[in-house]
Design a protein around this ligand. Structure first.
Ligand SMILES: [Zn+2]
Length: 485
């Protein structure tokens, strides 16, 4: 289950299902300049020079109302989550809403379900959720779950999802901690997305997958192929575990085999250049940028190597002359290679057997320790785990959970993601310049345009075409079959 929003507001247990709609009226008037509202529930931004202005309102009920009235992509979400299958499929999907009927109260409502697009849209507009979560498709409509026994009411399918969050990188990032992020540590997300995206496509053959910015400090992946949606919980665990490395214990060796698993060998090829570009230098995490830092890294060499003086020799050399962080890494690697390479066996080798292997694998282990994806694996393991809906607005940052184009991930900047006040203001500017054009969808009048077009062109439309093609093929097969008799 997802965590509740961090808030001082009184929280109720997630399991609690509120049956009655919230008290807040859905007909409140909309102020002309909502981002200047003095609403008691408005959230203001507090940090980062690259983020919104200090104390600017980033989230308020008034802004959210405009977003849900005019910008949230209901049709696209309905199209996506219907997958072109039978009529009641959408109706059997669990939704959950986090609502805030008063500033002090936050309520989490599970087991919502909607029979069609209109019912979904009007529920969101009526309840104005601060957060929407998406759950599994059940055997029956989730809103009837209280009247059904557990043998009858259970999950049937669900997208395979992955959740990667920068808070899980606190052991390696030196710039920020907790909920804070900056452009330096965002690079960890680029690394994770590249490895996971490639692995899911190449090793598992998944096609229909899409990545989203989580709105604050992470990314979510939705794998939507039918073969992924119908995976059992055990199979989900197996896929998630396939990508897992035991990185949480910094003292413990990763025990990598010298004949590296092909997935890890490929990942190393992706990650080592990023390690050099973003982590070793001063402009990144500075792992090899000054003596204090490189001594810390050299201390992680296997004990035998340190005893043999490798660390001391390199430290002496790097102190004596100016070597760039990337060159330090090269020197370190070639020094290790010299000690461990097979031809060296003829000469006197300092390291034998296990010791040699440990040393040989140290550069790979080091790169993985600092760059390899750190998954919140529990999110992926269970069909009934909820995950925040794409296109939600994060209440703390005001940023929209937009899709991420993996082919352009290196230029994705979380601080450039459209915010609620920004897109509402863009709607107003558009109206001033062009009038209230009803022919142009509202999202096209704002900076959500690029994200929506990307989502439709590269994910939703190709997936719909695939579904259509498959249905036609099945129909043709059926006709041929009945024709034979
Ligand atoms: Zn940072």
């Amino acid at each position: 289950m997802p965590a509740l929003q961090e808030s001082n507001a009184q929280k109720r247990k997630p399991e609690e299902v509120m049956e009655k709609p919230p008290l807040r009226s859905s007909t409140a008037s909309i102020p002309i300049s909502p981002y200047e509202t003095s609403s008691s529930k408005a959230v203001t931004s507090s940090k980062s020079s690259s983020g919104p202005q200090q104390n600017a309102v980033v989230f308020s009920p008034e802004l959210l109302r405009i977003y849900y009235d005019r910008l949230f992509p209901y049709e696209a979400m309905y199209d996506w989550l219907s997958y072109g299958v039978e009529k009641d499929f959408f109706n059997r999907r669990e939704w959950s809403f986090t609502i805030q009927p008063t500033p002090e109260d936050e309520i989490y409502i599970r087991y919502q379900s909607f029979k069609d697009l209109e019912e979904f849209k009007s529920a969101v507009i009526k309840r104005q959720p601060n957060k929407i979560d998406i759950g599994a498709v059940f055997t029956h409509q989730p809103k009837d779950h209280n009247n059904l026994s557990k043998d009858v009411f259970h999950t049937e399918e669900r997208e395979l999802v992955f959740d990667i969050d920068l808070t899980d990188y606190d052991g390696v990032r030196t710039c920020c901690s907790g909920a804070n992020i900056c452009n330096k540590c965002w690079k960890y997300m680029n690394m994770a997305v590249k490895v996971m995206d490639e692995g899911l496509k190449t090793d598992f053959g998944f096609n229909n997958l899409v990545w989203f910015y989580s709105g604050r400090r992470g990314v979510h992946c939705w794998v939507c192929d039918e073969s992924a949606r119908t995976l059992s919980n055990d199979a989900r665990s197996a896929v998630a575990t396939y990508f897992e490395l035991p990185l949480e214990n910094e003292e413990k060796s990763l025990d990598l085999n010298t004949s590296l698993h092909p997935m890890l060998a490929r990942s190393f090829g992706v990650l080592e250049p990023m390690f050099l570009d973003h982590l070793v230098g001063e402009e990144g995490m500075g792992l090899l940028s000054n003596q204090e830092q490189w001594v810390k890294l050299l201390k992680t060499l296997p004990e035998e190597a340190r005893k043999a003086g490798i660390a001391a020799e390199l430290d002496k050399e790097w102190t004596k002359r100016d070597v760039s962080p990337a060159d330090k890494w090269k020197m370190l690697k070639s020094r290790i290679e010299k000690e461990t390479k097979k031809e060296g066996a003829k000469k006197q080798r300092k390291f034998k057997g296990d010791e040699s292997e440990r040393l040989e694998m140290w550069p790979i282990e080091t790169v993985f320790r600092h760059t390899y994806p750190r998954l919140d694996i529990n999110v992926s393991k269970m069909q009934n785990h909820l995950l925040k809906s794409p296109f939600c607005v994060h209440p703390k940052t005001g940023r929209v959970c937009i899709p991420i184009d993996v082919s352009k991930i290196d230029s994705f900047d979380p601080f450039n993601v459209p915010t609620l006040p920004q897109i509402v203001s863009e709607l107003e500017s558009y109206a001033k310049e062009n009038g209230e054009s009803k022919n142009v969808p509202d999202w096209q009048k704002t900076s959500l345009k690029g994200s929506m077009q990307f989502f439709l062109k590269t994910f939703l439309n190709p997936m719909k075409n695939e579904q259509r093609k498959r249905r036609m093929e099945e129909k043709a097969k059926e006709e041929a079959f009945t024709g034979d008799f």
